[in-house]
Design a protein around this ligand. Structure first.
Ligand SMILES: [Zn+2]
Length: 85
């Protein structure tokens, strides 16, 4: 299932203290990660209000690119793992 940006943004906005911003690419990442999964940077903006602002920006961001989620099947149920018999 493709993630809904607004849904993700709502999750982050409701609990910004659990996230941080990558200082290089601006990605919102889990506060526990040591390096950014998108650009491998290890400098972060921990300011909760900045994270909340980024979540709001994410909610209104137009789709600009194809993500890897777009290339995945919509549902695991549609993939028949026993097809190779
Ligand atoms: Zn990054």
């Amino acid at each position: 299932m493709k993630p809904d940006l607004r849904e993700i943004a709502t999750t982050v906005a409701n609990d910004p203290a659990s996230y941080k911003l990558c200082a290089v690419c601006g990605a919102i990442v889990d506060r526990e990660v040591g390096s950014c999964p998108d650009c491998y940077a290890y400098r972060f903006d921990m300011d909760v209000s900045h994270v909340a602002d980024a979540a709001l920006d994410l909610a209104v961001m137009p789709r600009m690119a194809v993500s890897h989620f777009d290339l995945m099947p919509d549902s695991a149920d549609e993939v028949d793992a026993d097809d190779e018999s």
